[in-house]
Design a binder for this molecule. Sequence first.
Ligand code: AMP
Ligand code: MG
Length: 352
Amino acid sequence: MVIQSSAPSCEANRSRDVGGIVIGIESTAHTFSIGWVDGLGVPGKSVSAFVRPVEGGIHPREAADHHAEHAGRILRELLDNEVDIADVKAISYSQGPGLGPCLRIGASVARSLATQLDVPLVGVNHCVAHIEVGRERCDCDDPVLLYASGGNTQVIARLDGRYRVLGETLDIGIGNMLDKFAREQGIAFPGGPKIESLALEWLSENPNPSLEGLELPYAVQGMDLAFSGILNAALNLVEKGAPLPAVCWSLQEHAFAACVEVAERAMAHAGKSELLLGGGVACNERLRNMCDVMSLSRGATSHVPEKFLCIDNGSMIATLGRLQLLWGTPTKLDESGVRQDLRTDETPILWN
Ligand code: AMP
Ligand code: MG
């Protein structure tokens, strides 16, 4: 990639028109989604399909089959209702990280579209897209990102021209932990929203709840997190007869407090005064509230984009695709292969 000098701020990027629509294709895991942004980066609606396993977790091959099955319909729906194909300026897609078979479906759709329309192809880093869509929508300049999704839980900050992972889960993502707990209780995927509503039910019946008898292990290890211990302990509580809504409440309190503690330490360490939330778990009102309280207490601000932009979606991929189109060079076909293990700090931040 060619790095241009004196890159502008978020606001300045928004005043530069790429002269057409950028399409974004997301297929890192359970979501196949195609979305778009206009020339100035304003996101449009994504059209999405979600793998919803009846039982067990997500199987990469089956998820890829699901994506392949739905890709044509989703693209047609987008072109019928959202986007005029003549206005498409570039095709971006999640190049990684993610599940290999799923990533390959999105990359194949992107390559064939770009070739057919004769427009540039732009491979993007999924984790960085979560940051950039939040920065663009919330007008954050230089935040610490708490990225809490199904497969990932990371605390990220910009240092020396890259987004650096300052802390992350050492085992499973927080969303996967919530989904697994829910699945054991017979709750369908995604479990996070149902756990949130059960926790609220407990709170409405117990306005001053106590953690007595509901304690769970606290999952902070330095700057890192871990969630399998808390998952097993929560399952044990239910098995021993604790009410499910009470355990859901306790699970949220412990797991979210651990994330917020690491985010606060990262803000202090990196000297940042903005917190940005991203990933599907950022839809949770209790997590949002904890972030508000922590940020306020240290004179910082807390931000979160609209819920449809927190979960995996094509428009966030298009947001980053547009920035890379402005500031970098397109992805050549022979470099467009997927990168299952692409790290957040491998992507140079050219646009800021
Ligand atoms: P993502 O991987 O970013 O697409 O996000 C999907 C994850 O977000 C799943 O694990 C969901 O259970 C979780 N999730 C979605 N909404 C909520 C919510 N309101 N509370 C907690 N987790 C949620
Ligand atoms: Mg994600």
